[in-house]
Design a protein around this ligand. Sequence first.
Ligand code: GH3
Ligand code: MG
Ligand code: MG
Ligand code: MG
Length: 323
Amino acid sequence: RAITSLEIGVQAPERSAVADTGKGGRILLVDDRPSSYERLAPMLSAEHSVDVETNPSEALFHAADGNYDLLIVSLGLDNFDGLRLCSQARSLERTRAVPILAIADADNNTRLLRGLEIGVNDYLLRPVDKHELLARVRTQIRKRRYTDHLRDNVQNSIEMAITDALTGLHNRRYMESHLSTLAEQAAARGKPLALMMLDIDFFKAINDTYGHDAGDDVLREFAVRVRKSIRGIDLACRYGGEEFVIVMPETDLHVAGMVAERLRRSIAGEPFSVNKGAKRIEVTISIGLSTLELKGEPVADVLKRADNALYRAKHDGRNRVVA
Ligand code: GH3
Ligand code: MG
Ligand code: MG
Ligand code: MG
């Protein structure tokens, strides 16, 4: 039975969380009292790699650049407000997700509560017990790795859900859901929006003559050439088997026609290498163009007009652009 990406996304982090000891973390200890960090650092380095920042005004930069799994902040610093550092770390993009463990003096409950409100994840009271320190550190590091892992998996799942696996372009579902948004934006800003529908000519013959794998090679190479000829804000998707759609915001019919013509030539002008370079074959495409006409026009109508234009391009002899 095939394992789906979603199952992988759910199962993998659970397995790794069980296996994760929480050891081997990268820790930044912010502490400007030698009597304190000279005691804490050796405790931590039994299981982790520790950097000590004794200059708290540098700590935030250091934390943001260092890719740490955990910040340990002494709240009773001599020359710096540890709480302020915690709050800054919480508001900075690069350090927002890094857990913070505070070390506080037992007689300062108010500061401790403030710290927890700011988003300190856990705390220890002086005098610090080595085993308690290591246990709390391991927990924070394990949590951190687990959420990182979950986030990566969610990102991968999203990526897979909107991407065509063969070509790496967006898939049809993503294009269709995003097209309405792009059309609304265009209408709201009074900007044009162009759409191209592209279809590889006689693709069935390529499959029949050179094999299905050669056909796949053509589709992949085609996607590479498409990416080269569009801008970052354009949206290219594989619409069906050998059919593609490109949505071009802020583009009128004239410019879209030039882009389409350039792309058509880039396909017809350079044979496609297939079967690991064993064969080079001539490929052409036909392109139908349309633009968003009226404010509030259904995007299905824009697609339909591009499809009609594509049909005429095929009918008129292929390897051409029709608007
Ligand atoms: P036309 O010029 O009219 O577009 O002719 P065509 O042969 O390109 O069009 P047709 O729709 O008859 O054939 C499309 C072919 O694309 C049929 C299908 O087997 C093939 N195809 C669809 N998806 C894939 C794919 O992922 N890989 C390969 N190799 N072939 C595919
Ligand atoms: Mg066809
Ligand atoms: Mg075709
Ligand atoms: Mg087709």
